[in-house]
Ligand binder design. Structure first.
Ligand code: NCD
Ligand code: ZN
Length: 363
């Protein structure tokens, strides 16, 4: 705990967020700014996925129409359609990264990859033009090989090492790390390998999602010792570990297991409360002085945001001030129970109904 009661964070950046499409996008996109953020690194797992430069630019345009206050960094979905030529075109058009989803492990990943080697020419081009490879670091469950949600991430790590060895200059981000062994793996790599951490993985462990669909996401939250490792690397102020919320809204009916044949949709929604939530969590484990590095500086340096978005250099004009909420006012600073889109889809956010101990007072 710190005695600080007010902090200022310049130009907060969320380096992994799902902004969807249609009425859901209209609902959730403005929540990025409401949650304190002026930069969003946007995931491409739409239906159909964003696989071309044109699609990514059209999507960016849609997002800017919904909320022009945020700077959107766009990504492509790794699939057989993606060629080295398309990579060079994408780079020229300002697209920043390529996201890889192993087939079938999470929401809208049916078109995901099965083997990395076939993509080596694409990675070669990415390395050459300096685009970022974003890895959903899980292998698909396979009972015959004893692979399941709890070891899917550790089982993936050899792929990370192989890719880093084959493309040492390619910037790679291991997304939403959940395990101690993944943290150690990223630390052991060179400076071109970074790692995002979500707020919900700083809060939850297996006991919190087993039987509680709202806390279910991929990768699932792991053991208390794993959570400890995520918290420690933030306390250490390690510059290659930064925030990617993985805020992933689903209508509440899709989060209830009985509603679909496929079980409960994976994804936790944090965008509208993101900066207060992250500040509350970091404060709770003694890392209040690391908020600025974790939510702003480290990611911006890794992604070379100063080159991508000169307007955001040194935080631009977007310094956000947060104040600690005194205990007697905690009840007034509760997370809304739900958000409802224009077409009636309701999304229940993380920590719904719970008081957050930090609030934004200026942005
Ligand atoms: C994400 C989603 O809903 O799009 N879900 C999740 O649990 N994280 C997909 C993803 O990023 O894995
Ligand atoms: Zn995600």
């Amino acid at each position: 705990m710190s005695s600080l009661t007010e902090i200022s964070v310049s130009s907060p950046a969320d380096f992994h967020v799902h902004l969807r499409q249609g009425p859901m996008s209209s609902l959730v996109t403005p929540h990025v700014r409401e949650g304190g953020f002026s930069l969003a690194y946007v995931m491409p797992n739409l239906k159909p996925p964003i696989t071309t430069t044109e699609q990514a630019l059209a999507y960016k345009h849609d997002l800017e129409k919904i909320d022009p206050r945020v700077h959107y960094l766009m990504t492509l979905y790794l699939s057989p359609e993606l060629t080295p030529d398309e990579i060079r075109k994408a780079k020229k058009a300002g697209i920043v990264g390529v996201k890889s989803y192993p087939r079938g492990v999470t929401t809208n990943s049916d078109g995901g990859i099965e083997s990395y080697e076939v993509y080596y020419p694409v990675f070669e081009a990415m390395q050459e033009v300096d685009m970022v490879l974003n890895l959903h670091g899980e292998v698909p469950s396979d009972a015959s090989a004893n692979v399941h949600v709890l070891n899917a991430e550790p089982t993936f790590l050899p792929h990370l090492f192989a890719l880093h060895a084959a493309f040492p200059r390619l910037r790679i981000v291991l997304e939403h790390a959940t395990t101690r062994v993944a943290i150690e793996a990223v630390k052991s790599c060179g400076n071109t390998v970074g790692c995002t951490i979500t707020p919900h993985h700083l809060a939850l462990t297996v006991d919190d999602w087993a039987g509680q669909a709202l806390n279910f996401c991929k990768p699932v939250a792991k053991y208390p010792d794993d959570r400890q490792a995520l918290r420690q690397v933030i306390r250490d102020g390690h510059p290659r570990f930064f925030l990617g919320s993985d805020s992933a809204p689903h209508p509440s009916h899709a989060k209830t297991t009985c509603a679909t044949d496929h079980g409960c949709a994976a994804g936790i929604y944090t965008s509208p409360i993101l900066l207060p939530l992250v500040t509350d969590l970091l404060d709770s484990f003694g890392a209040l002085d690391k908020v600025e590095g974790f939510v702003s500086r480290f990611g911006r340096v890794f992604y070379k945001v100063d080159e991508l978005a000169p307007a955001l250099r040194d935080g631009g004009d977007a310094a956000v001030v947060l104040r600690q909420v005194p205990p007697e006012r905690l009840q007034d600073n509760r997370v809304p129970e739900r958000y409802v889109s224009a077409d009636g889809q309701d999304v229940i956010p993380f920590w719904a109904g719970r008081g957050i101990r930090w609030e934004i007072v200026k942005q």
